[in-house]
Design a protein around this ligand. Sequence first.
Ligand code: COA
Length: 326
Amino acid sequence: MKALTWIPATPADAVPLAALFRQAEAITPVGLDQRAENVRTRLAGLGPDLTRHTRVGLDGEGTVAAYAEVANMGVADGVLRIRLTAVAHPELGGDVRAELHRWLVDRAEQLRRAGGTAQAAMLGTRCAENDPAGCRLLTENGFTLVRHERDLVLAVPELPPAVGLPASLALEPVDERHQELARLAHNETYAQSPSALRPDQRTWPQHAIAHPQFLPDLSCLLLAQGGRDENPVAAFLFALADDDADEPTAILHCLGTRPSWRRRGLATAMILRALHRARSSGFRRLRLQVSDTNKPALALYQRIGFTESGRGYAVLMRQLGGPTAE
Ligand SMILES: CC(C)(COP(=O)(O)OP(=O)(O)OC[C@H]1O[C@@H](n2cnc3c(N)ncnc32)[C@H](O)[C@@H]1OP(=O)(O)O)[C@@H](O)C(=O)NCCC(=O)NCCS
């Protein structure tokens, strides 16, 4: 294999990076963006300094053949979360992947130290289930498997089942009016999920209504009537269009019911409503990702009829620095 030339990414690399991501996804899927527009959004999300956060490998012809990215996902419970992404053209050898990995861990360490030498960091990365060499590289470098993300799909039926909602709840669109209440409900719902992001006010819009693929017609909030609760948002569903799919597909991107409202059919009602809306908007399929450790959600989706697409991946993590590190 010829040596690659390494340069930082620029927004202009979005098109060749999307092409590289598509090639990699066809063989070892880990849910990478496959459209240039989405890659551009991803690069913009890394902050203004792409020199510190990205690395693009060019082959002898100047074609983008490898990519590495270290992303600061914010501090949760005192621990800095850092997402590592390494993508190599399927024909490149293991030495390129090892080199990408070394660079990523080195950059992550710099990011951690920027928060002070005592700052603890948790590195997270993905590995395709059919990529034993990639997973081995990670485990040999101190990463441990924390979960599998299942990719589930459901064909939109000709006649979706009827939707029933408890009378005490009102269905509302997801818009500016309930932004903060929806954020608080979201963060309460995911409080027990160690891997879930709990967005602050600044990053929340990007999670839902300001997301470039947001689908307002399929998304909804369920609001409790009668004011027995400080926050009336009992449940929420945010849907996105799947730009990378080969047939019109909507993604159930974020779904939750606040603990005091669970097991009353709210999540089921929101998904069935999304199925109706998907049908009238021309979508042929619903898709979502769920961790294999999330038994309630798996039971919910299986009951509705979702099945595995085969595009799931493993999530691995490694602690860096901090008081409890070796
Ligand atoms: C998963 C979640 C959305 C379910 O919401 P919900 O409104 O309680 O779901 P429903 O009442 O519609 O449940 C429908 C069915 O799903 C299954 N189910 C839901 N929660 C379950 C649980 N804790 N244990 C076992 N099965 C469960 C049951 O079959 C249930 O029917 P039943 O109550 O008649 O037995 C909710 O637990 C939640 O918000 N969890 C945290 C956030 C999360 O994990 N979101 C999904 C991310 S992919």
